[in-house]
Design a protein around this ligand. Structure first.
Ligand SMILES: *Cc1c(COP(=O)(O)O)cnc(C)c1O
Length: 386
C-alpha cells in the first residue's frame, strides 16, 4: 500500500477473513490451478445454501452472469428488455451485447428500485406498440429489496420472465427469502467492492437444472458432446478459476457476519447523523418484510429551499470536502437514460431517479471500519454541511 494511502477511507474495499488462504493454498498444493476444480464445486454449493436455490454456476463476473442469463431467457437481436434506469451500467450493457434494446423505467421514492406503476405503463405501452418485452431485469440497488409482490404479480400477469440482478444484494431478504431466488435466473457479483469478493467474479443461480447446464455449457466455449472440438453455438470463456473460487469459499463463511456489520454501520450513521442539518440518511426505514444487507450507506441532501437565500451544498461540494480529508465518497448511480450511451432508448418516467442522483451520495461502508473511522466521516460531513 502506498504510504499516502495509509489513512485513506475507501468506499467499500475488500475485507478478507481467515480462511481464504487455506482454500487457495490447497488448490495450488493439489495443482488445481485450471478453471474447473473442487473449489468451484464447493463455492457453488455455498452459494446454493446461502440463497436457497438448487443450482449455481460460478462465473468470472456479474456482467457475464447477466449476459448468459439473458441468453437463457431467449433475448436476441431486435428484442426489448425492461430495466430500471437507476442502476450501474453493467445491468444494461449485456442487453446491448445481444443486439436488443433496453426500455428504461423510473424508480419509486421509498426503495429507489423500479416503480411498479411506471413498470405497468411501460409494459402496456410496449405491448400496444407491438413490442412485448422479452424479459425484465430486476435490480435491488444498494442491497435494498425492490417491491417484490407488485413486480412478481406484473411479471405473472404479462408472462414476462425476470432476471434478478442481485449483484449488490447478496444476503438481503424479502419475507425471510434471500434475494436472487425470486427470478427465473438470479445474478450475483463478487467484484472487489461488493459485500463479498473473489477479487473479480460472479454467479448465476436458478431452480431449473436445464438452465444451469446450459449456462455451464455456454460459459466454457459451448463445446458439443464429441471427442473432438465441435461447436454448434457461440460460446464464451466465462468460468471462474478454481483459485478465485477458493477465495469465494472463505468469503462465503463470513456472509452473516458481513451483513451484520454493514447493518451496524448503517445504524451508526443513522443515529449519529440525525442531528446534522440538511441531511437525511436515506433508505430508512426498511419497508415491512424487507431486510437489506446495507451494502452501501447512502445519504440524500435536503432539496434546495426557495425561501432560503443561502444555497444548499451540492453532493459534489460535499464529496470534494471529504476528499480533502482523504475520505472517499461517490455520487449515486447516474441514471442510464441520462447516459450518452443510451440516449435513444425509451424511458418511462424519470423525475424520481433524476432527483435521487441530484441529491445523493454514498458514504464509506466497508466492514473493516471501526467507530473511530465512522466518527471521521461524521466530522467531515458536519463541516461540509454547516
Ligand atoms: C457490480 C454490479 C454488476 C456487475 O458485476 P461485475 O461482477 O462487476 O461484472 C451488475 N449489476 C449491478 C447492479 C452491480 O452493482
Amino acid at each position: 500500500m502506498r504510504s499516502q494511502d495509509y489513512d485513506r477511507l475507501y468506499l467499500s474495499p475488500p475485507h478478507l477473513g481467515r480462511h481464504e488462504m487455506n482454500y487457495v493454498h490447497k488448490a495450488i498444493e493439489d495443482n488445481w490451478v485450471a478453471p474447473a476444480g473442487p473449489n468451484i464445486t464447493g463455492f457453488e454449493a455455498d452459494i446454493c445454501a446461502a440463497v436457497g436455490v438448487p443450482y449455481a454456476v460460478a462465473l468470472n463476473s456479474g456482467t457475464a452472469a447477466i449476459h448468459l442469463g439473458l441468453i437463457l431467457l431467449g433475448v436476441g437481436p431486435g428484442d426489448e428488455v425492461l430495466c430500471p434506469s437507476f442502476t450501474f451500467v453493467a445491468t444494461a450493457n449485456p442487453i446491448v451485447y445481444l443486439g436488443a434494446t433496453p426500455v428504461f423505467v423510473d424508480s419509486e421514492a421509498e426503495t429507489w428500485n423500479i416503480c411498479p406503476e411506471r413498470l405497468r405503463e411501460a409494459i402496456v405501452d410496449r405491448i400496444a406498440k407491438g413490442r412485448k418485452p422479452k424479459a425484465l431485469i430486476l435490480v435491488h440497488l444498494y442491497g435494498m429489496p425492490a417491491r417484490l409482490p407488485e413486480i412478481l404479480a406484473l411479471a405473472t400477469e404479462f408472462d414476462i420472465p425476470i432476471l434478478e440482478d442481485a449483484a449488490e444484494a447478496l444476503g438481503s431478504e424479502w419475507e425471510q427469502q434471500p434475494l436472487g431466488s425470486f427470478g427465473r435466473v438470479g445474478v450475483f457479483s463478487f467484484n472487489g467492492n461488493k459485500i463479498l469478493t473473489t477479487s473479480g467474479g460472479g454467479a448465476l443461480v436458478t431452480y431449473d437444472r436445464a438452465l444451469a447446464d446450459k449456462a455451464r455449457f455456454l460459459a466454457t466455449q459451448a463445446k458439443d458432446d464429441a471427442p473432438y472440438y465441435q461447436h454448434s453455438e457461440t460460446g464464451y470463456n466465462y468460468r471462474l478459476s478454481n483459485i478465485l473460487a477458493g477465495i469465494g469459499r472463505g468469503q462465503m463463511e463470513l456472509l452473516p457476519e458481513r451483513v451484520k456489520r454493514r447493518r451496524q454501520i448503517f445504524d451508526w450513521y443513522r443515529e449519529h447523523l440525525a442531528a446534522v442539518p440538511g441531511l437525511t440518511v436515506a433508505l430508512a426505514p426498511e419497508p415491512a418484510g424487507s431486510r437489506a444487507n446495507r451494502w452501501l450507506t447512502t445519504i440524500l441532501l435536503a432539496s434546495p429551499d426557495p425561501d432560503n437565500a443561502a444555497p444548499a451544498p451540492t453532493p459534489e461540494a460535499v464529496r470534494l470536502h471529504l476528499e480533502t480529508r482523504n475520505i472517499e465518497s461517490r455520487p449515486l448511480w447516474k441514471p442510464l437514460h441520462l447516459q450518452p450511451l443510451f440516449a435513444a432508448a425509451p424511458m418511462y418516467g424519470g423525475a424520481v431517479c433524476e432527483d435521487l442522483f441530484a441529491r445523493g451520495l454514498c458514504l464509506p461502508s466497508g466492514t473493516a471500519m471501526g467507530d473511530g473511522e465512522l466518527r471521521r466521516v461524521k466530522e467531515a460531513l458536519t463541516v461540509a454541511l454547516s
